[in-house]
Ligand binder design. Sequence first.
Ligand SMILES: NC(=O)c1ccc[n+]([C@@H]2O[C@H](COP(=O)([O-])OP(=O)(O)OC[C@H]3O[C@@H](n4cnc5c(N)ncnc54)[C@H](O)[C@@H]3O)[C@@H](O)[C@H]2O)c1
Length: 429
Amino acid sequence: MSSKKLTTEQALRIILSESEEENGEASDYGNDSDFDSESESYSRSMMQSLPLRLLPRISSATRHVRPIGVMVDIRHFHMDAQTFKMDYPKVLITGGLGQIGTGLAKIMRKRYGKDNVILSDIVKAPKRILDDGPFLYADILDLKNLQNIVVTNKIDWVVHFSALLSAIGEKNVPLALKINVDGLHNILELCKQYHLKLFVPSTIGAFGPDTPRNPTPDLTIQRPRTIYGVSKVHAELMGEYYHAASGLDFRSLRFPGIISADTQPGGGTTDYAVKIFHDALQTGVFNCYLRQDTRLPMMYLADCLRSIVEFMEIPSEQLPMRTYNVGAMSFTPEELVEEVRKYVPHLTTTYSPDGRQAIADSWPEVLDDSNARADWKWEPHYDLAATCKTVFEKLLPSMMSEQITDKPCKGTKELTIANVIDLLVSCET
Ligand SMILES: NC(=O)c1ccc[n+]([C@@H]2O[C@H](COP(=O)([O-])OP(=O)(O)OC[C@H]3O[C@@H](n4cnc5c(N)ncnc54)[C@H](O)[C@@H]3O)[C@@H](O)[C@H]2O)c1
């Protein structure tokens, strides 16, 4: 195997020419792509282009994933008798430019139609987002503007993502109260006034040090110690109150930390589980702000997005509860490092716990999601191994395109095509 340095173009040309020889075998690559927000077509086509012998672990990881069709279950939607068109919901996503929103827009647009899902935020959207479908400025503190958007666009569902997360909320409590509490009040009133279905994500942060931590059931003590957690308990209770008092179709899922490949987390306590992948590939050095034995529940983004869509499509009368735990896996930083080292064996790690350690110590270790599994058949598809494989499968091609140049990359061993292949082949062990 040659170890001479290659330009991006040369490396890609070699890989593409090798893949042509093995064409046709790559069709079992990934079944969850329609629920996987981050699959930029460039990365995906690059991975599909890689010779299959280089993807032994990666392809088998996704092969075990239960196939999900993109076909909409039409039992949940009506057909217009005049036009014969499906009556898909018109969805507004608030705070849509954060870690989770763009992915949800992508899969909902596939299911309900591109123009039926409106992303919104108060920050400027990049061109690729504007090209993907409708985007609006919407400040959740401005009720009049929200009313205007709902009426003008005939909105049926609101997915309310705007929030200040745990670590960032602690740094600015008045702003966290404004966004997470005042903003929520606007959204609840809006949805009540226009009879909209409402989804508000909750979090493991809605539990506290007095909660049983392993496992943590749906109905238990909730005495969080962060303003983020307090605001999420408030959201759960307010939503359930509006449901009971006004019939609002309110739904909430308590998510673990969400792991994504190419969307950045927004300042939560579980962000380390995203940062490690970038650090491993960029510098080979990972400094963790939590102790190595801190066990927390986590979920890969594709599972999170699929849970929202599946939950939102369940008819209201079939839901005995309005707020559910959803789980997928639980691990410690040490266990994550061990899994990441299968791909980046030279990764070095240090642990320097900071203020986020106290937050993590007050959160559940394992979520009991048996009610979600029983009531609406929730089932996660990604465990730790499958998550790592999938994240690397997404990051490696973009790393190759960015870093296989004539310049050696900083802090890591020189990234020649031979080294990248070594990384891929190391997946076999
Ligand atoms: N990411 C996770 O690990 C995780 C875990 C559990 C629950 N959640 C919940 O999921 C939701 C989305 O999380 P995320 O990680 O995408 O958050 P994020 O911090 O990445 O994004 C939040 C978005 O809200 C927007 N926003 C802030 N102020 C606003 C305002 N006044 N009006 C409109 N938008 C405003 C921000 O611009 C940002 O794009 C949040 O409610 C969060 O609590 C996330």
